[in-house]
Write a protein that binds this ligand. Structure first.
Ligand code: GDP
Ligand code: MG
Length: 312
C-alpha cells in the first residue's frame, strides 16, 4: 500500500465552484473528526455503472467504462489527495457471470483487499431496473459472506441512471420509493439483517446520474430530477456513513481465509454444549442426587410404613 501512487486530486477543480466548496466543506468536516483517509469499495453486478460512478466522484476519467461487459478481471484502486485528505476508491469487476456469482472474481477482490480497511461500501445498481431477483440476493449474500454483515452498516446503495421517466406514468418519487424498497428488502434478506438490527433500516439509498446529458442547475452542477446536485449529495451521504459510529472493516487474513465471518461463532456450538454439560447440567444432577440421599423422610411416610408392616 505504501508504494501506492497518491496523486493530487486535481479532478476536484473540474467541478463547478459551488460543488468544490461543498466537497471541501465535507472533507474539512471529516478531518475535524480525525478522518483523514476514506477507502471506498465499489461493488455490484456488471454494467450497472460502477466505473462511471468512480469517474464521476474523482472528476476524471480514471477507469474504463464499457457499455458491453468487458471489464478488466482485476480491481483497481485510485488514490487522490487534497488538503491533507486522501480518498481511495476501489473499482471492482462485476460479480455475475453466466447467471451466477463468480467465486473466482470474488476471491480476486478479497485478495486485493488484504490488509486494507474498508470505510465505505458503495453497492451499485440501476434505478431503471424494475425487478429484483434471486441473483441480486446472491450478490448481496456473497458480499456479506466475504466481509461480514457489519459491512452493511458502512454501506450506501447507489442507484445510477437516475434521470429517467418512470414507466406506466408513475410519479418519479413513488417509482424511486418502490425501487429502493424492493432493493432494500433483498439487501436485508441477502445480508440476513434481522428486525432487531435497527441500523438495517438506515442504509441510505442515493441517486446518481453519470450521463454527460445529465441536467444542470444555474451553477452548472449536475442535478437529479428533483433539483439536487448529486455529487455533493453523494459525498455528504458517504461522510454521514463514515461518521455513523460503526467500525470500518479491516480485511485481514482471518477474514479472507477463515470461516465465513457470519458463522464464526457457530463453530463453537458443540464446545458450548459440552461446557454446559460439564459445568451446569452435571453439577445440578449431582446436587439433586445428594439432596435426595440426604432428605429426611417425612413422619407420615414412616408412620405409613410402620402401619403397613403392622398389618401384615
Ligand atoms: P460497470 O460495469 O458497473 O463498471 O458499468 P460502467 O460504468 O462501465 O457502465 C456501463 C454502461 O452504462 C456504460 O455504457 C455507461 O456509459 C453507462 N452508464 C453508467 N452509469 C450511467 C448513468 O448513470 N446514466 C446513463 N445514462 N448511463 C450510464
Ligand atoms: Mg466497470
Amino acid at each position: 500500500m505504501a508504494s501506492q501512487l497518491i496523486r493530487e486530486w486535481v479532478g476536484i477543480q473540474q467541478f463547478p465552484a459551488s460543488t468544490q466548496t461543498k466537497l471541501l466543506d465535507l472533507l474539512g468536516k471529516l478531518k475535524h473528526e480525525n478522518v483523514s483517509t476514506l477507502t471506498i469499495l465499489v461493488m455490484g453486478k456488471g454494467g450497472v455503472g460502477k466505473s462511471s460512478t468512480v469517474n464521476s466522484i474523482i472528476g476524471e476519467r480514471v477507469v474504463a467504462v464499457s457499455a458491453f461487459q468487458s471489464e478488466g478481471p482485476r480491481p483497481v484502486m485510485i488514490s487522490r489527495s487534497r488538503a491533507g485528505f486522501t480518498l481511495n476508491i476501489i473499482d471492482t469487476p462485476g460479480l455475475i457471470e453466466g447467471g451466477y456469482v463468480n467465486d473466482q472474481t470474488l476471491e480476486i477482490i478479497k485478495r486485493f483487499l488484504l490488509d486494507r480497511t474498508i470505510d465505505i461500501l458503495l453497492y451499485v445498481d440501476r434505478l431503471d431496473a424494475y425487478r429484483v431477483d434471486n441473483l441480486d440476493k446472491q450478490v448481496i449474500k456473497a458480499i456479506t459472506d466475504s466481509f461480514g454483515k457489519e459491512i452493511w452498516r458502512r454501506a450506501l446503495v447507489v442507484l445510477t441512471h437516475a434521470q429517467l421517466s418512470p414507466p406506466d406514468g408513475l410519479e418519479y418519487d413513488l417509482f424511486f420509493y418502490k425501487r429502493s424498497e424492493a432493493l432494500m428488502k433483498i439487501v436485508k434478506l441477502g445480508a440476513r439483517i434481522r428486525k432487531q438490527d435497527t441500523w438495517g433500516s438506515s442504509v441510505p439509498v442515493v441517486l446518481v446520474e453519470n450521463s454527460g446529458r445529465c441536467n444542470k442547475n444555474e451553477d452548472d452542477e449536475k442535478i437529479l430530477p428533483d433539483g439536487t446536485a448529486w455529487i455533493p449529495n453523494l459525498v455528504k451521504k458517504m461522510t454521514d456513513v463514515a461518521l455513523n459510529g460503526s467500525k470500518a472493516i479491516l480485511v485481514d487474513k482471518k477474514l479472507i481465509e477463515g470461516p465465513n465471518p457470519n458463522r464464526r461463532w457457530k463453530e463453537f456450538i458443540p464446545l458450548i454444549f459440552a461446557l454446559q454439560y460439564f459445568f451446569i447440567i452435571k453439577p445440578i444432577q449431582g446436587a439433586i442426587k445428594s439432596d435426595i440421599a440426604k432428605e429426611a423422610r417425612p413422619s407420615w411416610e414412616l408412620r405409613d410404613v410402620g402401619a403397613a408392616s403392622r398389618k401384615f
